[in-house]
Design a protein around this ligand. Structure first.
Ligand code: NAD
Length: 320
């Protein structure tokens, strides 16, 4: 039997469903998710014949191995995503990341060495590995671990460990793996957290937009379609193997205050902007250098911030 298909852990989430939507036209796709979040519910393609949803937890190694059987490509997205959830549950954050990624790598290796040849495995890391000040950071730059005891950094530290683990499986066992570091992704189906999610939902409802401290934090925002483009080429191109890639949109860089104002303007909202004192660690500056992804993958973000925000506002409006 020919073996082909894409196995996506965390596949019912924001990035997973958007990737699945693009893949199902030409591929069999298995989404593996414990449905702690669910962006798939209500998707018009949820019952597509090429799509299978397996409800399961990445902490259950046997379940991961069984569900992965028959797939030759793996995209590992399952994680506790979003700073607020991470702060509330740092233990689960680290467990899902460390144990879950180990299980996914072991399952892929077992399949690779036996029945199914694994042609690609993409592990999802995060731009948080660059810490609080990250100006045009490159993949080879030194990463930061954050202060011990600050719950936010449990996410970055465990993701960094799993990135090392993934690339070690590639070097040591020849698993064709790579890692991607997303820089602030936004867009339709972001059912979890994120500044744009918060601002858009509240702007549409006419509620206050809450900004931490003075809103001078500077971030780059990447529209969902652009990262999906990046994932699709990383699944395909041999040059991607053994690498880490920044995926983001350096052109779409603004302060949080400006972002809130833009969303209010584009949504024709009368929401007030409220500054809230926030004592915990924040990322003050984060802009990626994406030239490595451009060079090796031909990756180029296309969607400008205003266009992406308009599409996002429209989607949340329809959802309401
Ligand atoms: N969205 C971003 O801006 C961003 C930035 C950096 C990194 N990432 C990474 O990208 C990946 C996808 O993020 P997303 O934005 O789609 O988040 P998301 O929360 O929408 O998706 C994550 C999915 O994982 C599932 N999940 C959580 N724990 C699980 C478990 N134990 N077993 C099985 N499934 C589980 C959730 O139900 C959810 O559907 C994550 O690894 C995240 O850390 C995202």
């Amino acid at each position: 039997m020919g073996v082909s298909g894409v196995f996506i852990t965390g596949g019912a989430g924001f990035i997973g469903t958007s990737l699945a939507e693009r893949l199902i036209a030409r591929d069999r796709v298995v989404l593996f998710d414990n449905l702690s979040r669910n962006a798939l519910a209500g998707c018009e393609f949820a019952n597509h014949p090429n799509l299978t949803l397996v409800t399961g937890d990445v902490m259950d190694g046997a379940a991961v191995t069984a569900a992965m059987a028959g797939c030759d490509r793996v995209v590992h997205l399952a994680a506790i995503a979003g700073v607020d959830t991470v702060r509330k549950d740092p233990v689960r954050t680290m467990k899902v990341s460390l144990i879950g990624t180990y299980n996914v790598l072991e399952a892929a290796l077992a399949n690779h060495q036996k029945s199914t040849r694994i042609n690609r495995l993409i592990d999802f890391s995060t731009s948080e590995v660059f810490g609080r000040y990250a100006y045009k950071v490159q993949e080879g730059d030194v990463t930061e671990l954050g202060a011990v005891g600050e719950a936010r950094w449990t996410y970055a530290v465990s993701k960094l460990a799993t990135e090392h683990l993934t690339l070690s499986y590639q070097r040591q066992y020849g698993l064709p793996a790579l890692s991607i570091r997303p820089f602030n992704i936004y867009g339709p189906r972001q059912v979890g957290e994120g500044a744009i999610h918060h601002f858009v939902v509240r702007a549409i409802a006419g509620e206050d937009l809450n900004i931490n401290n003075d809103g001078a934090q500077i971030h780059s925002w990447c529209y969902i379609d652009d990262i999906v483009d990046g994932i699709l080429v990383a699944l395909d191109r041999p040059e991607a193997v053994g690498q880490a890639f920044n995926i983001g949109n350096p052109r779409a860089t603004v302060t949080i205050y400006h972002l809130a104002q833009e969303i209010r303007r584009l949504a024709s909202s009368s929401s007030a902007i409220r500054f809230v004192v926030h004592e915990e660690a924040d990322v003050e500056l984060r802009i990626p250098d994406v030239r490595k992804a451009e060079r090796l993958l031909g990756y180029r973000p296309k969607v400008e911030l205003e266009e992406g925000l308009l599409r996002t506002i429209q989607w949340y409006r329809r959802k309401r």
